[in-house]
Design a protein around this ligand. Sequence first.
Ligand SMILES: NC(=O)c1ccc[n+]([C@@H]2O[C@H](COP(=O)([O-])OP(=O)(O)OC[C@H]3O[C@@H](n4cnc5c(N)ncnc54)[C@H](OP(=O)(O)O)[C@@H]3O)[C@@H](O)[C@H]2O)c1
Length: 323
Amino acid sequence: MTAPSRTLATGAQMPGIGLGTFGSDHVSPAAVADAVRIGLDLGYRHIDCASVYGNEAEIGKVFATTTVAREELWVSSKVWNDSHHAVATSCEQTLRDLQLDYLDNFLVHWPFPNSHGAHADVDERNPNAVAFNSEAYLNTWGQMEALVERGLVRHIGTSNMTPAKSDAVLEYMTIAPSVNEMELHPHFQQPDFLAYLQERSIEPIGFCPLGSPNRPERDRTADDSSPTQDPTVIAIADDRGVHPASVCIMWAVSNGHTPIPFSTSQHNLAANLHAASITLTSDELAQLRAADQNCRLIKGQVFLWKDGQDWTDLWDLDGIIAQ
Ligand SMILES: NC(=O)c1ccc[n+]([C@@H]2O[C@H](COP(=O)([O-])OP(=O)(O)OC[C@H]3O[C@@H](n4cnc5c(N)ncnc54)[C@H](OP(=O)(O)O)[C@@H]3O)[C@@H](O)[C@H]2O)c1
């Protein structure tokens, strides 16, 4: 049994399960790097990095010493919000930290240049924060495209976009996004956005595929639900004799997403990789489709740009980009 591989619009093969590396503010960079080392030994070949996770230098030591050949690895990273005007500098630093000559994919982490410090409180606002602006985004994208031309990155992609924001920029890009990284789990299935991406040959990468059970307090609200505690997920898990987390991974790969679960536990890393090789039945998938709660967990409140705003302003729910 092998985990699936996804064919990008360029024809490149991307391993269809990745290993997340965001330590959720409580796992040290060294512990995340250890997880990457264990993950590579277990057979993970796709690693989802980001400069803002603060651990690329530690992960780079693992890449420098692994026996896995570079061409077998798929390494992604992301430019953080404070570097939208200096994408090349950010990418070059990431390459130095990861001890790599090139990245397989490089993403614009969020579509706003609104940054915050590590451990920011949910009510913290950057006084310089601004609304999404397509011209500014395309300027950043042009810098991303230049990295492809320089051979520093093989693909570029978006993250935390919406159909409305994508509509505002896609037709003006010279190099199309290979992927969009987005929250995806049985309680947040985003079927309309997935159909939109499929029509445009943009592969979905699913973050928080298990509902991020250990996410920071600032990313929790009273209304949040948990896919691993969902009765349908639990019933399917019981039938199959697996943990509900495995059902979330099976759901993702069966629906054609590339999930990127994070774990520091060898047992969980192995279970997640194994689950990625198993497809659910159409009956199980229908049951899980009905379990959707449309519950976004990573709301992004810290990126809002005006006082008194609601987090939904970041996500264009009515198809209009809030200003
Ligand atoms: N593009 C973006 O804006 C964005 C946003 C958020 C996340 N991400 C990426 O997506 C990755 C995944 O998201 P996430 O880490 O927030 O959430 P997640 O993968 O849904 O959940 C990770 C948590 O689940 C636990 N876990 C993992 N496997 C398990 C298993 N088989 N059984 C039980 N528990 C298990 C882990 O604890 P243990 O360590 O104890 O196993 C870990 O704390 C991140 O690491 C990051 O790379 C990207």
